[in-house]
Design a protein around this ligand. Sequence first.
Ligand code: COD
Length: 300
Amino acid sequence: MVLKNLNDLKRIVEGGPRKKLVLAAAQDQHSLGAVVRAWKDNIIEPIFIGDKEGIQNICVSNNYDITGLRIIHEPDTEMSVEMAVRMASSKQADILMKGMVGSSILLKCVLNKEWGLRTGNLLSHFALFEVDTYHKVIAVTDVAMNIAPNLQEKIAIVNNSVACLNRLGYIMPKVAVLGAVEMVNENMEATLHAALLSKMNQRDQIKNCIIDGPLAFDNAISLESAKHKGIRSEVAGDTDLLLMPDIEVGNVLYKSLVFFAKAKVASIILGAMVPIVLTSRSDSEQAKYDSILLSAAACK
Ligand code: COD
């Protein structure tokens, strides 16, 4: 099964047990709006940590009825993140979500060696896009956490994403490892990584997916373009997951899809003890809601 659009995430999580979600630095309008909506849809049971008066004021002015929900007053941003992370690490929460706080502050707390959410795995960012010009949802990794992953890190990033796609119902997701070109060029490290990842997949060193690369972006998403170049590939034109060479390429693609192509997006951090909703503060309420659905679907 593949996702045709982000609404399909709701079908996956609906009817399941509610997940406990802790929202750190909760005094953020879009985050509160998304969380309240997911609560009303019976998908999550939220706990808010942050400036209580700020949270209540936002809820009153936006008609969010949070009667009966737990609010923990902690006006200091870093303390509220630490408290939320500790809740997740002690299994009092199934999902961690970022509110009005910078990504790097939250990530540093998540990576804290004593009380963070490390598992020994690499943590990586995973995004799902619904774009009108593609025939299904497309996943993209890593556009926000790992800056310049080496080969070992790319293997971990693929494994995190494939495990998540498997949980979403994909049996053998098709993974395109992107480069600027589809030929191996020793001066372009991304193409060397891509060739190695493809071979490792053929030899079953990376399982539960079909990897091909290097593929340039056009060949990854357009069969016509791949045919035009004479590329024979099971993945070309039907990619489920795009593996980015580095954070700059990934982040520019992410923003291009959202701002130019008006794509819908859901994104989370994988590889920690719990899924982490780490949308940017400027993301829409819809993107935050869809990310909550994705995090609930990604819970083990
Ligand atoms: N997974 C697991 N452990 C990690 C990871 C990871 N992805 N990254 C770092 N660690 C561990 C290291 O092994 C080390 O033990 C410790 O964490 C600190 O490592 P540093 O010094 O490399 O990491 P930091 O604390 O300086 O930075 C970690 C960040 C995730 C904050 C950093 O990689 C970063 O800034 N990433 C980009 C975030 C960003 O700006 N995104 C922009 C788009 S939203």
